[in-house]
Design a protein. Structure first.
Length: 316
């Protein structure tokens, strides 16, 4: 297993290198430049050129990339064009809230999708199965922004039970209960989207396993149906479920961009929107790099969980 992980990490290095080139070209070849964000009627052409020179925007594109890559290899992600703060410091402040939101949303989504998927499979073609399928379709169909705005309207405006956004109440110390209240609505939005997509996978995977001969043997030995379903069947159905969960984790970052903007959650998603609007290239490059690393790490963890769920899977 250890040698397999090392090989995967070595393969990841050229992949990350290619991702940085692709992202750099997309970002730096986009129309406009960061200097335009600082232009006012009193700005002279000489001042504009001086500003471009200070930011290195007059250098050839390949030289700009080499400067950025050289700084990256030294652990330096550069400085924000907007606030002039170190990018690493800005990301450190924003990464924690996003990981908290994404982690809780994934956990709640799993806690919803696995029981409902199992019930839907064991009660196939029943009213409960149809109701679960309907919930799944709704979770897939309703966009995050629409569901988020709807929940704000109901639970924050019509019935002022929960805050409309932010990570803590202004003027408070942001205690545990206050943080939980601010987490409820964004977590519900993301978790419903996750569960809606995944319930059908759990159901299909369980249906494929429930008809196997070894489960009939387990029932014939007198094992309770709960044990047969949740211990023997579920474990053997986990491989495709782990796969779709692994694919969902990087996609959560994209969903969090919209959800964080709606709920004003101070995380990476909100930072992405702000950086796009201000053309803050160093921050955008760092965010894309983190997203690429997240994809590679998730794929590696998925392979590891395969071997945990099914001991027959061995990596040489």
């Amino acid at each position: 297993m250890f040698s397999y992980i090392v090989r995967r990490l070595l393969i990841a290095i050229p992949v990350l290198f290619g991702v940085t080139i692709f992202n750099f070209l997309i970002i730096y070849l986009a129309p406009g430049n960061p200097v335009e964000m600082f232009i006012d009627p009193n700005t002279s052409a000489d001042q504009i050129e001086l500003r471009k020179e200070q930011l290195g925007l007059n250098d050839p594109l390949w030289l700009q990339y080499l400067h950025w890559l050289g700084n990256l290899l030294q652990g330096n992600l550069g400085f924000s064009y907007n606030s002039f703060e170190p990018v690493s410091q800005i990301l450190a402040e924003r990464l924690g809230p996003t990981l908290l939101l994404m982690g809780l949303s994934l956990l709640v989504g799993i806690l919803i999708m696995i029981p409902l998927g199992i019930v839907s499979a064991t009660k196939q073609y029943s009213t409960l199965d149809y109701a679960t399928t309907g919930f799944s379709f709704l979770g897939i169909s309703i966009p995050n922004f629409f569901l988020g705005l709807g929940l704000i309207y109901v639970f924050s405006l019509q019935f002022p039970l929960l805050p409309t956004g932010g990570m803590k109440t202004l003027g408070s110390d942001g205690g545990f209960l206050d943080r939980v209240q601010h987490l409820i609505l964004p977590v519900v939005v993301l978790a419903i989207g996750i569960a809606g997509k995944m319930i059908r996978y759990v159901r299909a995977s369980m249906l494929e396993i429930l008809g196997q001969d070894y489960l009939r043997t387990a029932r014939a030995k007198g094992l309770r149906e709960f044990v047969v379903t949740n211990k023997h069947a579920l474990r053997n159905a986990l491989i495709p479920i782990i796969t779709v969960i692994g694919l969902e984790v990087p996609m959560l970052l994209g969903g969090a961009v919209i959800t964080e903007q709606i709920f004003q959650w101070p995380g990476m998603g909100q930072l992405t929107i702000q950086s796009i609007m201000s053309r803050d290239y160093p921050i955008l490059m760092a965010i894309n790099l983190i997203a690429a690393i997240m994809v590679l790490v998730t794929n590696l963890l998925t392979d590891i969980f395969y071997s945990i769920a099914d001991p027959r899977i061995k990596y040489q």
